[in-house]
Every structure is written in C-alpha cells, then in structure tokens.
Design a protein around this ligand. Structure first.
Ligand code: COA
Length: 376
C-alpha cells in the first residue's frame, strides 16, 4: 500500500492493575505510620532534635487534588507501615520484567482493536517517567514479547513522555521511515512515590497505556487524524527525582528523600497552567482550529483545579465533564499515561469530524499537544 505520510491514531490500549487504594485506606495507613514515628521519637521530638510528623487527611487530598483512589501493582506492602513501598519477588533475566509485562498487556489491546498483525508494526517506543533498568531498553523487551520486527527504544520526558512519543512516532510516519509505530507507556509510579511524604503520598497510581500511530494508508476505518503535534520544554527544579546510576558515586546521598519524587506543587500549579494554556491556544491558531470549537480536551491528569483553569482559558467558559473528562479521581496521577487513559475511556462517543486535544504537562517542565480529528 502506498504511504500517505499522514499520521493517524489507529487505536489505544489500557491496562489497569486490579488493586486500588482509596483515600481512606491510604490516610489510615499514613496516619498509623505518623503516630508510630512520633511515639518512637518522642524523646528527640521533646528535645527539639526531631520534628514531629503531621497527619494526612482525606478532605485535604480530595480538595487539593481531586484524587479519590489510585490503582497499584502491590497494595498490601504499600499500606504496610513497615514497608510503604511496592514489593514483589525479583525476576530472573528469563522472565518478562514488570514494566514490559504491563506494557505488553496495553499494547495487545491496541493491536487487537486496530486488527493489526504484528508483522506490520515497524517500531516500539517505550515512553515513560521511569525505566526499570539501564539496559537493554524496555521497548526492545516489549517488542520481542509481542513478536515485532524492526526496532524499539526508550524515551523519558516524565509526565509528557506519551505525547513526546506520539510526535516521534508521527514524525516517522511523516518522513516515511515507518508505517506503524506502537507508543507504550507503562507507568509504575508507586516505585518512585515517597509513600511516607505527607505532601505527595496521595498523588500517584500505576497503569499502562498504548497508542498505535500509523500511516493513514493502513489505518482501520475508524481512526483519528493527527492534525498537528507540538512539544515544549523549559528547565525547572520544581519537580525532580535525583535517583540515578551515579548515586553510588555519592553514597552519602543514597536513600535520601530526593532519590524519589519531590515537588513544589504550588509553584508547579502556578507556572504550568499559563504555559500550557497559551501553548494550546497558539497551536490551535497555527492549525486553524478555533479553540472554542474543540469538542473534547483529554488533559494530563494531575490536578482537577489545574485542568479546570486550563480548560476555561482554552474554551472560553467553564468546561463540564463531557468537554474535559476526569480520570484522576479513580486513577490518581499516572504520569504520562493520564491524558491517554482519558482519551481511551472517553472518545468513543465523538462523531466524525469532531476535533479533540490530547495534552500532557509535567516535570522538565515538559508539555505536549496532539490535536486529533475523528474519522468515521
Ligand atoms: N494532609 C493534610 N494537609 C496537608 C497535606 C496532607 N496530606 N499535605 C499538605 N498539607 C497542608 C500543608 O501543610 C499546608 O498547610 P499550611 O497552609 O498550614 O502551611 C496546606 O495543606 C497546603 O499545602 P500545599 O502543599 O500548598 O497544598 P496545595 O494546595 O498546593 O496542594 C498539590 C498540593 C500537590 C495537590 C498541588 O499543589 C498540585 O497538585 N500541584 C500541581 C502538581 C502537579 O501537577 N505536578 C505534576 C506532577 S507530575
């Protein structure tokens, strides 16, 4: 089939872990940890050498973020106050690794939905906030598990990894280097979340998504034209994780809180909202799309307040759930997968010629927009 060099989204896939933690369960565990810490350190706290920990609250979490629950790969050890971290037995090199396993689950759904034979897929991009190991690339393991020829590589742009992956895949189609590219985002964020940190213990959840980006020539009848993609990065320390392979060069810092996710949430909120809102409006103008005509926004899922403000600035009015659906209430912040979950769960009802926007934003800072139009 002759390539059109026009990139489209043929299908998406979603893997949701079976276990979920409600805010009530999370806060009960966190507050039990706080009570124990304060008793264990009572003398030092009394002497002013150690600061007492403050409890968390369900009301705060729901009001400040909109999050009510999150799925996780391993619930019990996360809630166990002696562990407060995911745990599972180490896997041998002959077994599929955890990230690859859930990535494959999401990818298979995307392939099945599009009716795509793996023989016709050219590349796999694993686009996520954290990689399970240095190498070999997660993408190559996923590629092998699916039986795909061609090539794969990993890319990490934190919360914007999936949209950066979609643009990269779209560019392969535009350049004629590929006709079918899988963008897989397995986000096991429970591994980078500091479950003992009151400011952030409620934020993240685990999930995997997949997006099949293809040349229009081979796409299934029902698909989404990609009208345009735009990426932006601006360096910021306000969301940071210093975990890395050079940690062992400075052993004094190993195990410290900065080797997990840390953020200045209020600054992020204030700085990212205007940056993303103007990026969307400028990109809409470049593409000749009237922002007020955008039928649906599938926004990054970090905070309902941020999404409300961004949607208002773009659409010119307060958006309802139909215009800007929320998934973070049950998924939490799933990093790069959030906007893709929203698109996967809330796009089937749109009609031919409806225009929508997938938009991510987060650490880096990084932001990505993917304008799409429903075909059939
Ligand atoms: N339970 C109860 N109270 C808490 C709490 C908790 N778990 N965590 C913090 N608080 C308290 C603080 O101590 C503070 O109290 P004070 O006013 O007496 O000092 C108050 O609540 C407000 O804290 P703050 O951290 O300023 O909250 P916030 O309103 O900014 O909400 C976030 C925090 C993280 C929900 C919010 O900033 C956010 O979502 N930001 C955007 C984050 C984002 O998009 N990140 C991208 C990540 S990929």
């Amino acid at each position: 089939m002759k390539a059109t060099h026009k990139p489209v989204i043929s299908s998406t896939g979603l893997f949701t872990p079976a276990e979920s933690i409600s805010n009530a369960e999370l806060v009960e565990s966190f507050n039990a940890y706080v009570a124990k810490f304060n008793i264990d350190n009572a003398d030092a706290i009394e002497a002013g050498e150690v600061e007492a920990l403050a409890p968390s609250s369900v009301e705060f979490i729901e009001k400040a973020s909109g999050i009510k629950a999150r799925h996780v790969m391993a619930k019990e050890p996360v809630l166990d106050i002696d562990t407060m971290s995911p745990r599972w037995p180490e896997r041998s090199n002959d077994e599929l690794s955890m990230m690859a396993e859930i990535g494959v689950r999401a990818a298979k759904q995307a392939l099945e939905t599009a009716g795509r034979d793996v023989k016709d897929v050219d590349a796999v991009l694993c686009a996520a906030s954290n990689m399970e190991r240095g190498y070999p690339a997660m993408a190559i393991e996923i590629q092998q598990a699916l039986g795909i020829n061609g090539f794969g590589f990993d890319m990490n742009v934190a919360c914007s990894s999936a949209t950066f992956g979609i643009q990269t895949a779209a560019d392969y189609i535009r350049a004629g280097n590929a006709k079918s590219v899988l963008v897989v985002s397995p986000e096991i964020t429970s591994g980078h979340l500091n479950w003992r940190d009151r400011d952030s213990h409620f934020i993240f959840g685990d999930v995997a998504t997949a997006v099949l980006v293809e040349d229009a020539a081979i796409a299934p009848e029902e698909h989404w034209d990609i009208l345009g993609t735009k990426l932006k990065t601006v360096f910021s320390n306000n969301i940071r994780n210093n975990f890395g392979f050079l940690n062992r060069a400075s052993p004094e810092g190993e195990g410290k809180a900065d080797k997990l996710f840390v953020q200045e949430g209020r600054k992020v909120f204030k700085e990212v909202v205007p940056m993303v809102a103007s990026m969307i409006v400028e990109e809409a103008e470049r593409l000749g799309v009237d922002p007020e005509s955008i039928r649906r926004l599938w926004l990054h899922q970090a905070n309902t307040g941020m999404n409300r403000l961004i949607a208002h600035r773009v659409l010119g009015h307060e958006a309802n759930e139909d215009e800007s659906p929320t998934v973070l209430d049950t998924y939490g912040n799933t990093s790069s997968a959030g906007s893709i979950i929203a698109f996967h769960l809330h796009s089937k009802d749109l009609k031919a010629n409806d225009t929508g926007l997938i938009c991510s934003f987060g650490a880096g800072y990084s932001a990505g927009t993917v304008f799409v139009r429903k075909v059939n």
